[in-house]
Design a protein around this ligand. Structure first.
Ligand code: SAM
Ligand code: SF4
Length: 488
């Protein structure tokens, strides 16, 4: 298998045998036998980290580990960490502390940490926390079984955070069995060095997979694993293929040809790299989602300059305009950082103004959080924390009002959604699905026993607020999308 997130050396490999009569799986690796065991995993941060965690669990299945949600059942505890903001960082540290007691209670419990915090601080943490057996960085996750083997072989207290130096980023997608959705890494790392962001330090330099490899990977996922929707993943997918003379626009059009593939999404984008070709693809592709998440961060030209974002608010709004011309049904969303270093009241107000002009369907907003190593963290910041917090709340309240109005326009429309899950709202069981344009819509089944998991259904929106949309089931189309013709 091709690997890109850490290539495995020549060491021992998993030998898996399944007893045809009992179905019992036995795994031997090197001189160790791996009986059935359980892994409990806690993930912090973005979609990329959640995807990495699924990948890790998928490898661990080959070593006879099954995922559990119950910490008490676990033989192996893993944290996949995020260093982007203080909040997830702090949550991780408090949970790492609590695991100490679990380790005392259960003899032989193995504890490891991976992800962005492990990449930069793994060595110190392994030294500092007695109950931590090992740490591994963001570029070695495909070698997780080698690391777990090493711990069971009696060698713990190590850190592996090397960078994969192979020329091209090459990887095979792993999926959650039964799901028609796949997350496909197409580029890793980031070269942008926005002054506030830790990602270039925790995920390394940009490297893309070759276009042919991605297309072949997706073709197989569709043909053999029943995948109908793919999300192309990377910190900056718009940079995809630059080093190979390839582009995201070309990749989308090549994926479009795959029969049986219904929907293509991608995340996350940087406005600087949104090309006219890509905008054109938003207009002409039949399979590309009519939603784009395009982080703007601020509505002020001077703040964007201090952030080293390489575009102005006018350029950004111009992109939205072009996208809306190319694809009139496109739904847009963004990320905002409130209270960046020395932001003035006027600069802050310009962000509210941009929200007004952009008319986003939703936003993710965060208070600025200084990260060690970044350029912004070295700037003297005179803005008090309470002002930053107040600005965040103002941005959120402002957006909710805009959003409420935008969502009203959904009422009466019918959306085709892929149903992901169900939950209980006010004591009533409701299923929820995601539309092509990435809107979550809830609907009540006719009877509680009906199972809509991974069905495509048409739902008519009957009421909507800024934060939730309620619909009525129009028709159930089953698990296979009927055609590439999608509604909104
Ligand atoms: N690559 C994407 C881009 O260009 O915007 C985003 C990746 S970043 C992991 C996700 C979001 O976290 C960013 O869009 C930004 O809003 C937020 N973020 C990153 N660093 C931050 C910081 N130091 N403080 C607050 N928010 C931050
Ligand atoms: Fe971070 Fe995104 Fe900027 Fe890269 S482009 S440095 S990931 S915010």
């Amino acid at each position: 298998m091709a690997t890109g997130l850490g290539t495995r050396g020549d060491g021992p490999r998993e030998q898996i045998t399944i007893d045809p009569e009992t179905g019992k799986k036995t795994v031997v690796m090197g001189d160790l036998e791996f009986p059935p065991r359980k892994v409990w995993m806690k993930t912090f941060g973005c979609q990329m980290n959640y995807h990495d965690s699924d990948r890790i669990v998928s490898h661990l299945n080959d070593l006879n580990f099954e995922k559990t949600e119950e910490l008490e059942e676990a033989d192996l505890v893993l944290f996949n960490t995020c260093a982007v903001r203080d909040l997830s960082n702090n949550k991780f540290y408090s949970q790492l502390g609590e695991i100490k007691h679990a380790k005392k209670k259960k003899n032989g419990l193995v504890v490891g940490i991976g992800g962005c915090v492990a990449q930069t601080e793994g060595k110190d943490l392994v030294k500092k926390y007695d109950h931590l057996d090992f740490a591994f960085g963001t570029d070695v996750i495909d070698t997780i079984n080698d690391m777990v083997y090493r711990v069971y072989a009696g060698d713990n207290k190590f850190t592996i955070n090397s960078w994969d130096r192979s020329e091209n980023f090459s990887i095979e997608t792993k999926i959650t069995p039964g799901s028609p959705q796949a997350f496909v890494n197409i580029i890793k790392g980031c070269n942008k060095y926005c002054t506030y962001c830790i990602v270039p330090y925790t995920r390394g330099k940009e490297r893309s997979r070759r276009l042919n490899e991605v297309v072949e990977d997706v073709r197989k996922l569709v043909k053999y694993q029943g995948i109908q929707e793919v999300t192309l993943l990377g910190q900056n997918v718009n940079s995809y293929g630059k080093e190979n003379g390839e582009s995201l626009a070309q990749l989308i059009m090549a994926l479009e040809e795959i029969e049986g593939l219904e929907l293509i999404r991608y995340t996350t984008s940087h406005p600087y790299d949104v090309t006219d070709d890509l905008i054109e693809v938003h207009g002409k592709s039949k399979k590309l989602s009519k939603h784009l998440h395009l982080p703007v961060q601020s509505g002020s030209a001077t703040v964007l300059e201090r952030m080293h974002r390489e575009y102005t608010p006018e350029h950004y709004l111009g992109l939205l305009k072009k996208l809306r011309v190319a694809q009139p049904e496109i739904v847009l969303s963004t990320d905002i950082i409130a209270g960046f270093v020395n932001e003035t009241e006027d600069e802050h107000k310009q962000t509210l103004d941009l929200l007004d002009k952009a008319q986003f369907d939703f936003i993710y907003s965060y208070v600025y959080s200084p990260r060690a190593k970044t350029r912004a963290a070295k700037m003297e910041d005179l803005l008090p924390d309470d002002v930053k917090g107040a600005r965040l709340r103002e941005i959120q309240a402002y957006q909710l009002k805009l959003q409420d109005k935008i969502r009203q326009t959904m009422v009466g429309n019918t959306y085709r959604v892929l149903v992901e899950d169900f939950g209980t709202m006010g004591g009533v069981k409701k299923w929820k699905g995601r539309s092509n344009c990435n809107r979550i819509i809830h609907f009540k089944p006719e009877n509680e026993e009906q199972d809509f998991k991974w069905h495509w259904v048409d739902v008519k929106v009957v009421s909507a607020t800024a934060l939730s949309c309620q619909g009525e089931l129009v028709q159930d189309l089953g698990r296979k999308a009927p055609s590439t013709e999608t509604l909104h």
